[in-house]
Design a binder for this molecule. Structure first.
Ligand code: SF4
Ligand code: SF4
Length: 368
């Protein structure tokens, strides 16, 4: 059990004063720009995320611990166009700026809000995390599990070390960001998975976030040349209508039709236990909508082997299957190290070899 008071005491060891993402406000308050809540904090004030607070002229922010570290296949994040088959040293902390009723990581993300959450903080350093990544043969270091935006300073410090060790860096985020935090992370961030949970502002509000902020983040990542993949967890009755799926797909196409869209299956979890698990047919319907709308890459997730070829990557130019997958397992990747289709030589967006260069999704506005 984790209490805010007790957690505050224990997490005092794992907090530092930083001004990286604090902006003075004419009222005398400090604005935290780590996420789209933009909390205005008076002395001693704590943000919506509960992990950041103001003391004097600085913010006290989490640093120097993890609440979970694992070596995951990069497909689990999921990234399907970013070093297929690579290992990702994945680390998380505690807390989130949203409170999704279906959160599958609620035991860490909601650790400061929910007494039932059991997340625990263990000491860590950027050097130790990067050394662990090296020891386990990881090409990628990933900030994930809880919401990494709210601990952006820690992620950035880890990523600086990871980059120096020749590794790539990724975020698994709800995308509830600001332009300031994207600018802050851009120099050290290679790729970001963003949840686009709904296309309804009211639904987003019920989860504790703002739809427009997430849309701005997706566009902002593309504009900054950061590789982005978008994920929508399809919850029956919440966000799986044809109308909403078309709206999501149309937004992505209008940003770049080359952004991969993952439509994944919900299973009852945490506080959302009423909707049934998402059937495979719903993922297939969403994928058909995505492709009809103009998306080049749509993937089905969480139902391995049950959605036909929707886990594979096909070349949009010639139709050849270039990566075959089941779940998180890559059976075969035929993309050339230079990132081209082996059959027709078309360039494929993403990063396909450790020494390669990211080919970002072409923004729609700049397409011929
Ligand atoms: S990270 Fe977001 S929720 Fe937390 S203090 Fe900053 S603006 Fe507020
Ligand atoms: S944004 Fe992600 S981590 Fe946060 S509560 Fe929602 S699903 Fe969980």
């Amino acid at each position: 059990m984790v209490h805010i008071g007790g957690m505050e005491t224990r997490l005092d060891r794992f907090a530092v004063a930083r001004n990286d993402l604090a902006v003075p406000h004419p009222s005398g308050k400090l604005v935290c720009v780590a996420c789209a809540h933009r909390c205005k904090l008076a002395e001693g004030g704590r943000g919506v995320c509960l992990v950041r607070s103001r003391h004097g002229d600085a913010l006290t922010v989490p640093w120097g611990y993890t609440a979970g570290v694992a070596v995951d296949p990069i497909e689990k994040k999921p990234f399907f166009h970013f070093l297929p088959g690579a290992r990702a040293l994945s680390f998380g902390m505690l807390g989130c700026d949203m409170h999704c009723a279906y959160c599958q990581n609620w035991f860490t993300s909601q650790a400061l809000r929910d007494d039932r959450a059991t997340g625990r903080a263990l000491p860590a350093t950027p050097e130790a995390l990067v050394a662990a990544a090296r020891d386990h043969g990881c090409a990628v270091v990933t900030s994930t599990y809880n919401e990494p935006l709210i601990t952006a300073e820690w992620s950035r410090d880890v990523f600086v070390q990871a980059r120096e060790a020749g590794m790539r860096t990724t975020f698994v985020s709800n995308g509830h960001a600001t332009a300031e935090v994207l600018d802050y992370l851009a120099p050290v961030l290679d790729a970001c998975k963003v949840d686009l949970k709904s296309f309804d502002a009211g639904s987003y509000q019920s989860l504790g976030g703002k739809l427009q902020a997430v849309l701005d983040t997706i566009r902002g990542l593309v504009a900054r040349g950061i590789w982005v993949e978008v994920l929508t967890l399809l919850v029956p009755g919440f966000n799986d209508s044809d109308t909403e799926l078309r709206a999501i797909a149309a937004f992505i196409v209008a940003t770049s039709p080359e952004i991969p869209w993952h439509v994944t299956a919900f299973h009852p979890d945490y506080r959302m236990t009423d909707p049934p698990p998402t059937p495979a047919a719903t993922l297939q319907r969403a994928a058909a909508i995505g492709r009809d709308t103009g998306l080049r890459f749509v993937y089905a997730g969480n139902l391995p082997g049950r959605t036909g070829n929707l886990e594979d990557t096909r070349c949009p130019s010639c139709g050849a299957t270039v990566v075959r997958r089941t779940g998180f397992t890559v059976h075969e990747s035929l993309v050339t190290p230079g990132g081209t289709c082996p059959s027709c030589h078309a360039a494929l967006p993403g990063l396909w070899s450790p020494g390669g260069t990211v080919r970002p999704p072409a923004p729609t506005a700049s397409r011929p």
